[in-house]
Design a binder for this molecule. Structure first.
Ligand code: MRU
Length: 359
């Protein structure tokens, strides 16, 4: 039983809107260094999303919305109509920064709808437009935290006291505006004074589980044992020495198709297959902004392929022979039939019932 509960009273922020710039905690430097990037242009925001200084589906949605604010700030000296055109143009580039997480497109499109409404306000000058876009982006940020809290509440019962839970990648405060999705569910269970142990998979090749999830869990005082990805099968079968039985696997998602097929960090599909073999429930925790009802099934989800250096190097250190062939998809799709339930801010549904939440 935990002696003191800390429900993610984080001493850090993932990103935030400031008057001089967007401040971003550079996740490439974690856990060794808390380096803040001050981003002032849409191009630099696109760069930060692509190089994964900021990452995780909901967080890059917020980053996209903040990128629109930077565009409007940068063009505020233009004639009003030209300002609106310039922001619309930048929005096209921002929404393409990474292809799989639909939260990015969702947030940019929400900002463009706000811009369209503002453009109809003849009495609004450029300063009014910038200010209103800042409000909208901040609302997306604030709503994301509230949504993560609701996901935590909706899912906490799937983790019984005395059990262990396997997760992958990083789905915590760092992957969202705050609190997290799958990690938010774990935080909410922990806040209920449940005794539990988290088993984060290290998540090759970028090691978000080893570097980021452990860092967050350590700060909250939530017990965990890190495993490498290829240990998952034996841990599901035998459990961990001294830890409670594996109650479930909970993962996040970058895009959920209308039929419930879910794209998430590479390796998630392997965990789902292993969970089925071992009779362990497998859950996806994600906000409804991650559900793409226009995408019929997982085969329609674009999967990002990233640079081969993520595989051939550990940080700056080469670990393979030079000039080898590498396959490096950043995500895989878990078919709906392997998913026990999808935990959203509107409750836990089976993949077949996801459409009932469309709204
Ligand atoms: O490539 P990343 O680190 O951006 O991938 C992140 C993930 O796959 C997360 O599991 C997903 O975005 C859900 S996070 C709330």
């Amino acid at each position: 039983m935990p002696s003191s509960i800390n429900t993610n009273k984080s001493t850090f922020f993932t990103l935030r809107l400031a008057s001089d710039a967007i401040h971003v905690l550079d996740q490439r430097a974690l856990p060794r260094e808390q380096r803040i990037l001050k981003i002032t242009t849409p191009d630099d925001m696109i760069g930060a999303i692509q190089d994964m200084s900021v990452r995780g589906a909901p967080a890059i949605g917020v980053a996209g919305a903040f990128g629109i604010v930077l565009s409007a700030r940068g063009h505020r000296h233009l004639e009003r109509g030209r300002l609106i055109e310039a922001v619309q143009n930048d929005a096209e580039w921002i929404r393409e920064a990474r292809p799989t997480a639909v939260n990015l497109m969702w947030a940019v499109d929400r900002m463009l709808i706000a811009l369209e409404k503002l453009s109809a306000q003849a009495d609004f000058d450029n300063d009014d437009i910038v200010r209103e876009l800042e409000y909208e982006a901040q609302a997306i940020y604030d709503e994301d935290i509230a949504t993560c809290n609701a996901i935590g509440e909706a899912g906490k019962h799937v983790i019984p006291s005395g059990s262990s839970v396997i997760t992958c990648c990083n789905t915590g405060s760092l992957a969202t505006a705050g609190y997290g999705t799958a990690l938010g569910v774990i935080r909410s269970a922990w806040a209920e004074h449940k005794s539990l142990r988290v088993i984060p998979c290290e998540t090759r090749p970028r090691l978000q589980g080893a570097k980021l999830t452990t860092w967050e869990l350590q700060q909250d005082g939530i017990p965990f044992t890190l495993i490498s990805d290829n240990m998952a099968a034996v841990v599901m079968r035998d459990g961990l020495p001294g830890a409670g039985p594996i109650a479930c696997v909970i993962a996040g998602a970058d895009r959920i198709a209308a039929n419930g097929d879910s794209a998430n960090k590479i390796g998630t599909y392997s965990l789902a297959c292993l969970a089925k073999t071992h009779g362990i429930p497998f859950y996806i925790a994600a906000p409804l902004s991650t559900v793409d009802f226009n995408c019929p099934s997982g085969g329609d989800i674009p999967i990002e392929e990233r640079a081969k250096e993520e595989m051939t190097h550990m940080g700056e250190i080469p670990i393979t022979p030079d000039e080898i062939t590498v396959y490096n998809p950043a995500f895989d799709v878990t078919p709906a039939e392997l998913i026990t339930g999808i935990i959203t801010e509107k409750g836990l549904v089976t993949p077949e019932n996801l459409k009932t939440l469309q709204g």
